[in-house]
Design a protein around this ligand. Structure first.
Ligand code: ACM
Ligand code: ZN
Length: 777
């Protein structure tokens, strides 16, 4: 025992010596730390060539007590990463070897503006306000090596290049919307996003707190909102739950305020309210046993606009929520409210008649106006999605333009404030960041980094004298497919940084190529915060595939959604930054396994893509005497979740179809209760027109050809197939089989998937469905 203790002691000493020698051996400045890397790009920046290096005597001097938290924020970073403990003093003047932080209200800059000068003697930051000073301090952190964000000590020269900066934002509203309803983030996870927002000068946090799928904020007067409304039973039978207590909400608001971020709550009305109706069914036009929705999309049951009790409920909720959020804005949703129930509800119709409203759209406007009045009592301004234009805009409403820019342009032309967040501008950052066949499943759409970067919140159609109504822009992170906190990160970053520059930096100074260069530095900063940001993966043009069949030879070409180095191996080892760099298409004449990934300047790598390349002879066709058109089906009823459950199917009903589209007749809109659940298997032959290599794609659970399972989607969300695969086929009949299982998987009902099998010949750009003319049994 004693010897063991001694042994451990010696080991500790050795480790301490190694650590010590590492500490004294300073890292050479990595490439990503060279140059000026500030995001968002400052309005004016001149390099003076006179740098300043922090040492143990460097002080932080603040001009007033109110600036001390900013100095403490900076000192905290320096303490953790640089092992420096700068003294914080209050004083009027910078001294030598100091970082001075002051406020000068006379600066001819906007409220959030600041100046920063660094030189031999130190750094002088002057904010137009404390908010501006905070941003000056954030820019200073970005002038230091990216390792300043490290929570652990790093041995480096803490050098600040000499610069003269005059900076202010182009827009006052630079926002990030976080949906914590479709999935949920803990308070600590939310704070992690707030940290990154603050680094890049994002100043509005729009917190989407209620939905069809969940109610996430404690309301003391209505405890069932969270008791019932914050938990749902998913399609696989598991429970998904989470909500914030009012104390937790206050904590997030406080944490954000310390970082000069205003939190804007969103309480959805009159639609997207099923979780509230599950808690209090009497708030619906037609009360029944509602459950929080477990499939994505839009629920038809909404708050009844005819019941006075609904307006009392909304007033009560606003009365509890408004005081938690000191900011001036309150978001009431207003989007995607189906009018189906209101059209037949006697109370809604009575409300329409009694208020002289024209139709249900004016009833929606009536609803929003009443919410506006309730908010005004709390001194809050209403924000709503652009549907609040329907039936007439509430007098003081600010419009969040999402379906395009048209709503925003219309509202600004009516002299209303506008926040731009159009899907078409790439600002729905939960959309795909690259090729859907390699990216994690997403709701659809496209949000490339460059599109977000190049977004200009001022639409061409908007006359110059209305420009001031555009307060700014926001990226939205909807969370339907964000099953984990890592996936939230993956979609948020680096896109949020692109929005930061699109809303802060002067239009004529923006430069995507230079932004990508600075992003290498910013990414290392994000690494220090444990952010799982998106790294573009190697993609094959026209849709990627992990299995490529060929007969003679094949060339594989790769691209990435933004310029980034790709590395690969052919010996099944995992590629490292030192592996062979991809520079030109890779030719295969024999079978092999290619592993390829992207690598950032800081050494961080994308996931590995493994591509099996297989040399094949044409798989022989079959003789099918008496083949007749169509496919044979067998259908089993039961609550199956996916193919493995079909072993329990006891009775199968045999039938026939002429095309894949006929496999399933049931339609599903709101819930699985609407359908008798089933699984369908279709078998037959596909008639291949010519010898060739064919690639297949499907969202069904399985697709077989020549008795080989070519596509296995079990375990996947059956949307945007990520399992496309190919086979060399002789002209003629080939046996096929496909299996579809009716279930809700990851919030996606397979009832909404196409049942088609798509096919294309190798080299063709587009897939086409296998047509009825190609199917036989
Ligand atoms: C929205 O995406 N429904 C605002
Ligand atoms: Zn009603």
């Amino acid at each position: 025992m004693k010897r063991l203790t001694l042994g451990v002691g010696i080991l500790c000493c050795l480790l301490a010596i190694v650590a010590c020698s590492q500490k004294t051996r300073q890292m050479e400045t990595p490439e990503y730390d060279k140059g000026i890397n500030i995001i968002p790009l400052p309005k004016e920046l001149t390099e003076t060539g006179e740098s300043f290096t922090l040492d143990s005597k460097t002080k932080i001097i603040v001009a007033a007590e109110e600036l001390k938290p900013i100095a403490e924020f900076l000192a905290g970073k320096l303490q953790a990463s640089a092992d420096l403990s700068p003294e914080i003093l209050i004083g009027d003047e910078p001294t030598s070897n100091s970082i001075y932080i002051g406020v000068d209200p006379m600066l001819t800059l906007k409220e959030e503006g600041y100046t920063l000068q660094s030189g031999k003697k130190g750094v002088i930051i002057k904010g137009k306000s404390a908010h501006g000073a905070f941003y000056g301090m954030q820019s200073l952190l970005q002038l230091l090596p990216s390792e300043v964000e490290s929570p652990k000590e790093v041995a480096l020269a803490w050098e600040i290049p000499g610069v003269d900066i005059q900076d202010e934002p182009r827009f006052g509203y630079r926002g990030f919307m976080l949906d914590v309803c479709r999935h949920f983030l803990s308070v600590d996870e939310v704070k992690k996003h707030i940290d990154i927002m603050a680094m890049f000068k994002i100043n509005r946090f729009h917190w989407h707190l209620t939905e069809d799928q969940a109610w996430r904020i404690e309301i003391k007067k209505y405890p069932r909102l969270t008791e019932v409304g914050s938990t749902r039973t998913e399609g696989d039978g598991t429970e998904y739950a989470g909500f914030y207590t009012q104390d937790e909400v206050r904590e997030v608001v406080r944490y954000a305020a310390e970082r000069f971020i205003t939190v804007i709550p969103e309480i959805e009305l009159p639609g997207h309210a099923l979780a509230a109706l599950a808690a209090y069914p009497q708030l619906a036009c037609y009360p029944r046993d509602f459950k929080p929705r477990i499939i994505w999309g839009v629920e038809q049951d909404v708050y009844c606009a005819g019941k006075d009790s609904v307006f009392s409920f909304i007033q009560d909720v606003i009365d509890e929520v408004a005081p938690l959020f000191p900011g001036e804005y309150f978001h009431i949703g207003g989007d995607e409210c189906p009018k189906d129930r209101w059209k037949t509800c006697p109370l809604c119709q009575k409300r329409i008649r009694e208020n002289g409203l024209k139709d249900e759209h004016e009833l929606q406007s009536y609803f929003i106006r009443r919410a506006e009045e309730m908010l005004q009592k709390h001194g809050k301004k209403l924000i709503g999605w652009d549907e609040i234009l329907e039936g007439g805009l509430a007098p003081s409403a600010t419009v969040m333009s999402w379906r395009g820019e048209e709503g925003g342009v219309a509202a600004a032309n009516m002299n209303h404030d506008v926040i731009m967040t159009p899907m078409s501008g790439g600002l729905y950052i939960n959309f795909y960041h690259g090729d859907p066949t390699v990216e994690p499943v997403s709701i659809g759409g496209s949000s490339s980094l460059q599109t977000v970067y190049e977004y200009n919140p001022l639409p061409k159609e908007l006359p110059a004298d209305k420009h001031h109504y555009v307060l700014g822009a926001q990226v939205n992170l909807w969370a339907e497919y964000l099953y984990t906190a890592d996936l939230y990160d993956y979609h948020a970053y680096p896109h949020m940084l692109a929005l930061a520059e699109a809303t802060w930096s002067p239009l004529d100074k923006k430069n995507y190529e230079d932004f990508c260069r600075r992003l290498e530095n910013a990414s290392v900063r994000m690494d220090m915060h444990g952010i799982n940001y998106h790294i573009p993966q190697p993609e094959q043009p026209n849709g990627s595939s992990g299995f490529v069949a060929f007969t003679d030879s094949v060339k594989l070409t790769f691209t990435t959604s933004r310029p980034i180095k790709m590395v690969y191996t052919l010996d099944e080892s995992e590629p490292t930054p030192e592996s062979a760099a991809y520079t030109a298409p890779l030719e295969f004449t024999e079978s092999g396994i290619l592993k390829i990934r992207s690598v950032m300047a800081g050494g961080k790598m994308s996931p590995v893509r493994t591509i099996r390349v297989e040399k094949q002879a044409y798989s022989p066709a079959m003789d099918v005497p008496g083949a007749k058109p169509g496919l044979t089906t067998r259908t089993a009823h039961g609550n199956f979740y996916d193919v493995p459950d079909l072993a329990q199917a006891t009775s199968w009903r045999v039938g026939s179809i002429t095309s894949f589209g006929e496999m399933v007749k049931e339609q599903l809109v709101n819930s699985l209760d609407e359908v008798q659940r089933s699984a369908v298997e279709a078998t037959g032959y596909v008639l291949i027109p010519e010898d060739g290599v064919y690639e297949f794609s499907t969202d069904n659970s399985e697709f077989w050809i020549d008795n080989v399972k070519l596509i296995d989607n079990v375990g996947e969300v059956k949307k945007y197939s990520r399992k496309n695969s190919s086979r060399a086929l002789q002209k003629g009949y080939h046996p096929i089989k496909t299996i579809w299982v009716g279930a809700v998987q990851g919030g996606w009902p397979t009832y909404w998937s196409s049942r088609n099998i798509l096919i294309r010949r190798a080299g063709e750009e587009k897939f086409a469905p296998i047509t009825a003319e190609m199917l036989f049994r």
